[in-house]
Design a protein around this ligand. Structure first.
Ligand SMILES: [Zn+2]
Length: 144
């Protein structure tokens, strides 16, 4: 397992946690120099808040851990492609690397824009994508 898969596995753990709570199963972690600074999963039902996406939770947690609002040296791992709102927040936080699992052709940022992130940020997609996508598929299949 490489570094990116290792941290995506942590994001997946968060996603499973969301699933158990009846939340849309998406998880995220923020990592810097091998340290996990923040982690979170979708909490929109629990908090009755449409902005409570996994990425927002992880970014807020990481900023609290570091005591600084910018996460310039950090990598964000998220199980599903960020939406426009989260992509905007990731941009504001100046995160330097974004790694995501499954693509989201409907709500994912890349459907709308190619460069919502910091100009120097890099993006890696498709990490453990099948497992990330399977979790989402199962969730929405159960809902029907
Ligand atoms: Zn989002």
């Amino acid at each position: 397992m490489n570094e990116d898969e290792k941290y995506m596995r942590l994001a997946l753990e968060e996603a499973y946690c969301a699933e158990r709570q009846g939340e849309i199963p998406i998880g995220a972690v923020v990592v810097c120099d091998g340290m996990v600074l923040g982690r979170g999963h979708n909490l929109t039902e629990t908090l009755n808040d449409v902005t409570a996406h996994a990425e927002m939770q992880a970014i807020t947690a990481a900023a609290q851990t570091t005591g600084g609002k910018y996460l310039t040296k950090c990598t964000l791992y998220v199980t599903v492609e960020p939406c426009l709102m989260c992509a905007g927040a990731i941009g504001w936080s100046q995160i330097k690397k974004i790694v995501y699992g499954a693509s989201d052709s409907k709500r994912g940022y890349s459907t709308f824009t190619q460069s919502p992130f910091h100009p120097k940020a890099t993006v890696l997609s498709g990490v453990l994508a099948e497992e990330c996508a399977a979790l989402m598929k199962r969730f929405f299949a159960d809902k029907r």
